[in-house]
Design a protein around this ligand. Structure first.
Ligand SMILES: Cc1cc2nc3c(=O)[nH]c(=O)nc-3n(C[C@H](O)[C@H](O)[C@H](O)COP(=O)(O)OP(=O)(O)OC[C@H]3O[C@@H](n4cnc5c(N)ncnc54)[C@H](O)[C@@H]3O)c2cc1C
Length: 309
């Protein structure tokens, strides 16, 4: 890459947060460059059907939704490149975004790199993702009406997912590697009171199996070493989120799990650096909330650039 021009805003990440920020910033006539290291559209582009994004009463494929977001932003002048960000340096009033394609110079940066659900890292997990393996009960529970499913995890999000799934599934087996849950008391009480939820303590998943779709899980009792199989059509993995912010350590304020801390305007402690979407602390981790964060972050960029002129 030749010497970078000075962009008004560089956006890291091309998911719903980044693409919405790109739409708002370029429509506001700010020179805007978005960098994406993988699939434009982000996580939502990996899911087959999205039923809870407003404006699409019959749902929409995740891939199409991502493409629409990108098309709409590009229509207003958003520029995009395929590159991975590996750092941000402050140079006077400017920000230097270090990337795999060279340094980019910007007046402001919006970090919208998302967050990935922690994986179990067992055979079959990758292969059946979207075919019975899910990381989002809010998104996919309705596809498992009257079917048996499992949830893996023991924290608040696992219990919330199990309770949500119990409204749809015939049976929810909650698989937890310990003999007590980490979730808050009230959630535990609700889970124990829900007849459709059964707990499988001291158990880990060894593999996910099936033909085209998930059919069973092979599990291991970590105390007795007993191995068995449980028949399910779906498995919801809820063992935590991992925001990809290692390269921002020491530059931006992060919470203990590595999410970027912002105020309600999506501003970080560093003037001119905003964060939006799943990557930020307390995000609801939904496409619509990520898009909302992206819009808010771009409006904060606009305010920052106008005030610093
Ligand atoms: C299987 C699945 C199904 C889902 N279904 C639904 C649903 O039905 N409804 C719903 O509302 N939500 C759903 N979600 C959640 C939703 O997809 C996310 O909440 C949303 O995509 C978050 O948007 P984001 O822009 O913050 O992050 P992401 O979508 O994660 O996008 C971030 C992007 O940044 C890129 N990136 C990260 N780091 C860098 C870097 N250093 N340099 C360059 N690029 C980088 C990543 O490659 C990624 O493309 C689902 C998630 C999954 C995984």
């Amino acid at each position: 890459m030749t010497q970078s021009p000075v962009y008004d805003v560089v956006i890291i990440g091309g998911g719903p947060a980044g693409l919405t920020a790109g739409l708002y910033a370029s429509r506001g006539r700010f020179s805007t460059l978005l960098i994406e290291r993988g699939l434009f559209g982000g996580q939502i582009a990996t899911t087959e059907h999205v039923e809870n994004y407003p404006g699409f009463p019959n749902g929409i494929s995740g891939m199409e939704l991502g493409q629409f977001m990108m098309e709409q932003a590009e229509k207003f002048g958003l520029k995009t490149i395929s590159a991975e960000a590996s750092g941000i340096e402050l140079q006077g009033g400017l920000k230097i975004v270090k990337t795999s394609e060279g340094d980019l110079v910007a007046r402001t940066v919006i970090v919208a790199g998302g967050s990935q659900r922690q994986k179990m890292a067992v055979p079959g997990e990758e292969e059946f993702t979207g075919k019975g393996v899910s990381y989002c009960a809010t998104c996919d529970a309705a596809f498992f009406q009257d079917q048996a499913v499992a949830v893996v995890g023991g924290g608040d999000s696992a219990i919330s997912e199990a309770l949500h799934l119990a409204k749809f599934a015939s049976k929810v087996t909650l698989i937890h590697r310990r003999d007590e849950l980490r979730a808050t008391g009230i959630l535990q009480e609700r889970a124990f009171a829900e007849p459709r939820i059964q707990l499988l303590w001291d158990t880990t998943v060894e593999s996910v199996e099936g033909k085209k779709f998930v059919e069973k899980l092979r599990v291991n009792n970590v105390k007795t070493g007993t191995k068995s199989a449980i028949e399910v059509s779906g498995v919801f993995v809820s063992i935590g989120f991992r925001p990809d912010t290692d390269y921002l350590r020491g530059i931006l304020p992060l919470d203990s799990a590595g999410h970027i801390i912002t105020n309600e305007r999506m501003e970080t402690d560093i003037p001119g650096i905003m964060a939006a979407g799943d990557i930020r602390h307390n995000s609801a981790k939904q496409a619509i909330t990520a898009a909302g964060d992206g819009a808010t972050a771009a409006l904060s960029v606009e305010r920052f650039l106008t005030e610093s002129r």
